[in-house]
Design a protein around this ligand. Structure first.
Ligand SMILES: *[C@@H]1O[C@H](CO)[C@@H](O)[C@H](O)[C@H]1NC(C)=O
Ligand SMILES: *[C@@H]1O[C@H](CO)[C@@H](O)[C@H](O)[C@H]1NC(C)=O
Ligand SMILES: *[C@@H]1O[C@H](CO)[C@@H](O)[C@H](O)[C@H]1NC(C)=O
Ligand SMILES: *[C@@H]1O[C@H](CO)[C@@H](O)[C@H](O)[C@H]1NC(C)=O
Ligand SMILES: *[C@@H]1O[C@H](CO)[C@@H](O)[C@H](O)[C@H]1NC(C)=O
Ligand SMILES: *[C@@H]1O[C@H](CO)[C@@H](O)[C@H](O)[C@H]1NC(C)=O
Length: 618
C-alpha cells in the first residue's frame, strides 16, 4: 500500500478532484456544543465510541508515540478495552471519572519501560508543562525516521486479511496513524473504513493489484487533502491563537452556508472552536464527540443553514459527518446584493468598529465571504486585513467616510494581485509541464530555505506541482490553487512548533497568516546559508548518475537540482535545466558529462564566476 502515501494526484482522477477541492469548503465544517441538542446523536456517538475503542486507542497512541511498536500499541489497546469494560460494569469506580484522553495517557505512562524506551518520559513526570500539551508537542510532523510504509505481496496481504481481518485492519490503522500524527480521528476512521471496503472487494478478484490501485488512489487523496488542511489550520491556531481560527472558520462556513444568519453562525462557531481544541491537540474522543455535536447543531437548524444537507442529516454517525463535510456549497441566497453597504457607505463605520472590533470584523468577513464564495479562504482573510488596515488609517483622518468609501477598490486590487499570482503559476504549469515545473519549485524552495533537508524540499515541490496539476484549468482555478498552495506553506511553517529555518522564512511564517503566500513570493535567495561541502556536491552531481533502475531517476534528478541550487543559487533556471539535461544524458549512457560550460551564457563568464565562488568555499 505504499502508493497510499504519495501525493500523486493525476489528471486521470479528475472526478475526485472536485471532491478534494470541496474538502476545503469543507473540513471546514467539523465541533462541540455545550448543550446536548440531540440526545439521539449523542448516544449514537457514544455507542460508536464504545464499539471502536480499539481503533480509537490505536489512533491516540500511534499519534502520540509514533515510535511505539505495534505490539506495544496492542498492549495498550488491551488495557483500554479492560478499562472500558470495568467502567461499563461499574461507572462509580474512581478511575472512571477521568476523561478518556487522560486515561489513555495514564496507561501510556504506566507501561513498564515504555516512556524511557520511546523517549517521552519528560511528558510523564513533568509538572512544568501540562502532560496533554507535552504529548502534543512530542508529535513529529516529519516522519522520515519511520520506515517506509510496509508493502506486502498482495496475495499475502489478502490471506492475512481473510485470516484475521480485525488484526489486519488494526495494523493498517497503526501504520497510517503514526505517519499522519495530526490527522483528525474521524478522518482516519473514514480512511480505515474505505480501506476495509477496498480490501473486501479487491481480495476477491483476480486482478488484485489493479483493483487496489484504482481504489487506493482516492483514499490517499482524501487523507492527504484533509490531513494537510487540518495541519495548516491547527498550525495557524498554534501560532496565531484563537482569533485566526475564528476568522478562518467564519470565511469557510459563510462560503459553504451563505444563507446562515450571523447570530446562528456565531453560535455554531463556538462549537466548531471546541472541536478544533480537541482535534488539534490529539484528543481523539473529544474530537469525535465535538465533531458530531457540530453536525447535530447544523442538522438541528438545517432550514436556516443549507438546503444541501437534508440527506446527510438523515444518516447516522459517522457517515453523517463525512457526508456533510463533502456536500457542496449551498446556493447563493436570492436577493443577496453583490455588496454590503454598511461597511463602506455608512457614516458610522468607525464608531461601530470601536464599539466592538472583534464582532465588527467578524461580521465583515461573514458578509464578504458569503458574497464571494468563489474566493479562497486565504484571500477572504487578506481582504479583511486590508479593510482593517484601511480603517486604521481612515478613522484617524478628518473625514473618514470619504476615505473608506473607496474600500472596494482596495479589495479588488488585492484580489487582482492574488489572481495574477495564480495565473502566473498556472501558466508555468501549462508551459513547463510537470518535470520542469518540479525543477522550478525545487530551485525556488531551495533558494528560500536551503537549510531544509533534500527530502523535505522534494516533498514540498511535489506537493506544489500536485496542487497546480489538480487546480489549473478547473473553473474554480483561483480558489483551488490559492488554498492548496497555502497548505504547502502551512507544512513548511510547522504545526506544533515554531520552526527556525532562516530569518526571512521565519518572518513569513509568523508575520501574517493571510499574506503568507505573498510574503513567500517576495522571498529572495537566502544569502546567509553556508554552502554544503564540495564533496557533498560532487557526490551528488556524479556519484549515482550511472544507474540501471529507471524508477530512481526522478529522485536522482530531484536531489541533483536541490544540491545544484544549494551550491549555485545564482545561476539561471535555463542554465540549471541545461546542466540537468547534460547530467541526465551522461547518466543514461554512463558517460562523461559533455561540455557543462556550454550551459552558461555568455559562454565562460558565468562559470568562471561560479568557480571562483566555489574556490572560496574550498
Ligand atoms: C529524546 O527526546 C528529547 C526531548 O524531546 C530530544 O532532545 C532527544 O534528542 C531525544 N532522543 C532521541 C534518542 O530521540
Ligand atoms: C520538564 O520539561 C522541561 C521542558 O521539556 C525540561 O526542561 C525539564 O527538565 C523537565 N523536567 C522533568 C522533571 O523531567
Ligand atoms: C492464518 O492464521 C493461522 C492461525 O491463526 C496462522 O498460523 C497463519 O500463519 C495465518 N496465515 C497468514 C497468512 O497470516
Ligand atoms: C470590484 O470587482 C468586482 C468583481 O470583479 C466588480 O463587480 C466591482 O465593480 C469592482 N468594484 C470596483 C469599485 O471596482
Ligand atoms: C509559537 O509562537 C507563538 C507566537 O509567538 C506562541 O504563542 C506559541 O506558543 C509558540 N509555539 C511554540 C510551540 O513554542
Ligand atoms: C559574479 O556574479 C555576481 C552575481 O551574479 C555579480 O554581481 C558579479 O559581478 C560577478 N562577478 C564576476 C567577476 O563576473
Amino acid at each position: 500500500m505504499a502508493s497510499l502515501f504519495f501525493f500523486n494526484l493525476n489528471m486521470k482522477h479528475l472526478n475526485h478532484i472536485g471532491f478534494i477541492f470541496f474538502l476545503f469548503s469543507l473540513t471546514e465544517s467539523l465541533a462541540l456544543p455545550t448543550k446536548p441538542q440531540d440526545i439521539d446523536h449523542l448516544s449514537a456517538t457514544q455507542k460508536f465510541i464504545d464499539e471502536n475503542t480499539a481503533y480509537l486507542t490505536i489512533i491516540a497512541v500511534s499519534q502520540y508515540v509514533q515510535e511505539a511498536s505495534f505490539d506495544e500499541v496492542e498492549m495498550l489497546v488491551r488495557a483500554m478495552v479492560d478499562h472500558k469494560n470495568r467502567c461499563l460494569a461499574d461507572s462509580t469506580l474512581p478511575e472512571c471519572s477521568k476523561a478518556a484522553n487522560e486515561a489513555i495517557q495514564d496507561s501510556i505512562c504506566a507501561m513498564e519501560g515504555l516512556p524511557q524506551k520511546r523517549n517521552f518520559s519528560h511528558c510523564c513526570d513533568n509538572a512544568s508543562i501540562p502532560r496533554r500539551l507535552c504529548f502534543f508537542f512530542n508529535k513529529k510532523a516529519n516522519v522520515e525516521f519511520l520506515p517506509p510504509f510496509p508493502t506486502l505481496d498482495l496475495e499475502v496481504k489478502c490471506q492475512s486479511y481473510k485470516n484475521n481481518s480485525e488484526s489486519f485492519l488494526n495494523h493498517y490503522m497503526y501504520e497510517v496513524a503514526r505517519r499522519n500524527p495530526f490527522a483528525f480521528a474521524p478522518v482516519l476512521l473514514t480512511v480505515a473504513a474505505r480501506f476495509e471496503e477496498a480490501a473486501t472487494t479487491c481480495c476477491e478478484q483476480q486482478q488484485k493489484a489493479i483493483c487496489f490501485q484504482v481504489k487506493a488512489a482516492p483514499i490517499t487523496q482524501y487523507l492527504k487533502a484533509l490531513s494537510s488542511y487540518q495541519k495548516t489550520v491547527c498550525g495557524a491556531f498554534m501560532k496565531f491563537g484563537p482569533n485566526i481560527l475564528n476568522s478562518i472558520n467564519i470565511a469557510v462556513f459563510s462560503k459553504k452556508f451563505p444563507k446562515i444568519g450571523f447570530e446562528d453562525l456565531t453560535s455554531l462557531l463556538e462549537d466548531v472552536h471546541s472541536m478544533y481544541d480537541g482535534c488539534c491537540e490529539g484528543d481523539v474522543l473529544q474530537c469525535l464527540r465535538s465533531q458530531s455535536q457540530v453536525m447535530s447543531h447544523i442538522c438541528s437548524k438545517q432550514d436556516s443553514i443549507s438546503s444541501k444537507i437534508k440527506e446527510c442529516c438523515g444518516k447516522r454517525t459517522p457517515e453523517r459527518e463525512d457526508c456533510i463535510i463533502n456536500t457542496n456549497k449551498d446556493d447563493r441566497p436570492e436577493g443577496l446584493s453583490p455588496r454590503e453597504p454598511k461597511f463602506t457607505d455608512s457614516e458610522n463605520v468607525c464608531q461601530e468598529r470601536d464599539s466592538n472590533p472583534d464582532k465588527f470584523f467578524a461580521e465583515f468577513t461573514y458578509e464578504y465571504s458569503r458574497r464571494h464564495a468563489e474566493l479562497s479562504t486565504p484571500e477572504l482573510l487578506r481582504i479583511t486585513k486590508v479593510y482593517k488596515d484601511l480603517l486604521e488609517d481612515c478613522c484617524s483622518r478628518e473625514s473618514p467616510a470619504a476615505c473608506y468609501r473607496h474600500a472596494e477598490d482596495k479589495f479588488n486590487e488585492t484580489t487582482e494581485r492574488s489572481f495574477a499570482m495564480v495565473q502566473r503559476e498556472c501558466r508555468h504549469f501549462q508551459e513547463l509541464g510537470k518535470d520542469a515545473l518540479r525543477s522550478h519549485y525545487l530551485a525556488k524552495f531551495t533558494k528560500a530555505a536551503p537549510q531544509l533537508s533534500v527530502e523535505e524540499l522534494i516533498s514540498l515541490s511535489k506537493e506544489m506541482v500536485a496542487a497546480l496539476a489538480t487546480c489549473c484549468t478547473l473553473s474554480e482555478e483561483f480558489a483551488c490553487v490559492d488554498s492548496l498552495a497555502d497548505l504547502v506553506l502551512g507544512e513548511l511553517c510547522g504545526i506544533n512548533e515554531n520552526r527556525t529555518i532562516n530569518p526571512a522564512v521565519d518572518q513569513c511564517c509568523k508575520a501574517d497568516f493571510a499574506f503568507r503566500r505573498h510574503c513567500f513570493e517576495r522571498l529572495k535567495a537566502d544569502t546567509t546559508y553556508v554552502l554544503p561541502s564540495v564533496s557533498a556536491l560532487v557526490s551528488a552531481l556524479d556519484a549515482d548518475w550511472c544507474q540501471t533502475y529507471q524508477e530512481d531517476l526522478q529522485d536522482k534528478k530531484d536531489r541533483f537540482m536541490v544540491n545544484l541550487v544549494k551550491w549555485m543559487p545564482e545561476i539561471m533556471d535555463e542554465e540549471r535545466l541545461c546542466l540537468l539535461a547534460k547530467f541526465t544524458a551522461a547518466g543514461e549512457k554512463c558517460g562523461q558529462v559533455q561540455e557543462p560550460e556550454a550551459c552558461f551564457s555568455p559562454a565562460g563568464s558565468k562559470i568562471d564566476n561560479e568557480s571562483q565562488a566555489a574556490e572560496k568555499q574550498i
